[in-house]
Design a protein around this ligand. Structure first.
Ligand code: FAD
Length: 342
């Protein structure tokens, strides 16, 4: 019989709360450690279940850090083929560990990579995954993981369960749960698993940070006094280049709305707002940005806001100290020209 999301498993075989610990160079990303703290809390509610961690191509030092932050057991997947990340191969290796140790809950940090990986792992294991949870609880009656996340544009909260399958999987964005206190007196088990994966279908040849390269010589949005930010109204990556030129002239930096990031005109590190950075510059210039509440949340502390937009009724115009009604393609080149004269 083919296995589906509705094919029940023997839940008794699954024990413990495990976390995927993503690497950032030679250290663990904070989100994994945050999830270890949450995993301990959930494990206690499950009657003192074990807390585990999985690191792909990591070191013993990383595993020890995970133990200091709440893990009882850490599995290091040892396979030189997995030094660089590719989703299919990582998911196959992690799924093998999950199949061997059978945790009843498996948590993943909702980073860009984590969100992608979570879907691949869930698919490999034929289990459910709830992305971007903001709270996790245990139903005391059924022991099910209650996976809570915003829905309908953040106006309501949905509670999702995985009633038939195990593990129950959820991804959680960085910063949602506090990082537990580091306790170097904690001890735990470190296991190295030599996991074989089928011949690679994809191989990383080189990494070119195209978007990051464009803004590499500009300060980060959190530390600049002047931020020129672009949104979907720019219409193209070329428009964003114009903003870079203006930002350089002003000794400032560039930011972006979520839509400009999604369009691939600016890197995620430049996103301002609820799911991006919160900034407090002296001057914020919003170009082609409508001013959705999720964006405004990131600029509440800006001292002076200038908005450039052809729509006088766009919400950003009400929130701006100076609202310039017009097409940025005409206004920004004029501004650049005038500043060059100074
Ligand atoms: P639009 O809303 O499409 O606005 C484009 C604007 O450009 C319009 O006002 C238009 O009049 C103007 N325009 C058009 N042509 C020109 C021109 N030639 N010159 C000048 N202006 C022009 N958004 C964020 O920005 N940051 C976040 O962190 C964020 N987090 C979110 C989290 C959640 C849970 C959700 C649900 C949403 C989030 N959003 C976030 C998305 C947010 O709701 C908006 O969709 C987004 O901010 C809109 O981006 P925008 O202003 O670039 O695009």
């Amino acid at each position: 019989m083919p296995c589906s999301l509705w094919t029940p498993v023997n839940k008794e075989e699954y024990k413990g709360v495990w976390v995927y610990l993503e690497r950032a160079g030679d250290r663990l990303k904070d989100v994994g450690l945050e999830l270890l703290g949450k995993a301990r809390e959930l494990a206690q509610k499950l009657g003192g279940a074990e807390v585990g961690g999985v690191i792909v191509a990591g070191s013993e030092e990383m595993a020890r850090e995970a133990i200091y932050h709440g893990a009882d057991k850490v599995v290091i997947i040892d396979n030189p083929e997995l030094k660089s990340y590719t989703p299919v191969e990582y998911a196959e290796a992690i799924a093998k560990v999950v199949q061997k140790y059978k945790p009843e809950i498996f948590l993943i940090g909702g980073t860009k990579r984590g969100r992608e990986l979570a879907a691949y792992i869930a698919n490999t294991l034929t289990t459910g995954i709830t992305a971007d949870c903001t709270a996790l609880e245990i139903d005391p009656k059924t022991r099910d993981l209650l996976q809570i996340r915003p829905t309908f544009g953040g106006t309501q909260l949905a509670t999702i369960r995985t009633p038939q399958r195990r593990p129950q999987m959820a991804s959680v964005r960085p910063g949602v749960f506090p990082k537990p206190q580091r306790d170097p007196s904690r001890t735990g088990e470190i296991i190295t698993e030599k996991i074989e994966i089928p011949k690679r279908r994809t191989r990383l040849i080189s990494v070119e940070k195209r978007l990051e390269k464009d803004v590499a010589d500009l300060p980060p949005v959190e530390s600049a006094d002047i931020v020129v930010a672009g949104g979907r109204g720019l219409g193209s990556a070329e428009g964003f280049k114009l903003l870079i030129e203006l930002a350089k002239l002003l000794n400032g930096t560039v930011g972006a709305s979520l839509m400009a990031v999604r369009a691939g005109w600016a890197p995620h590190t430049r996103q301002i707002g609820q799911t991006g950075k919160t900034i407090r510059p002296k001057l914020y210039i919003a170009v082609g940005i409508s001013g959705a509440i999720q964006h405004l949340m990131g600029i509440m502390e800006a001292k002076t806001i200038i908005a450039i937009n052809p729509d006088p009724h766009a919400p950003i115009m009400e929130n701006a100290d100076y609202a310039v009604v017009g097409d940025y393609k005409q206004i920004i080149p004029l501004l650049i020209e005038e500043i060059r004269k100074i």
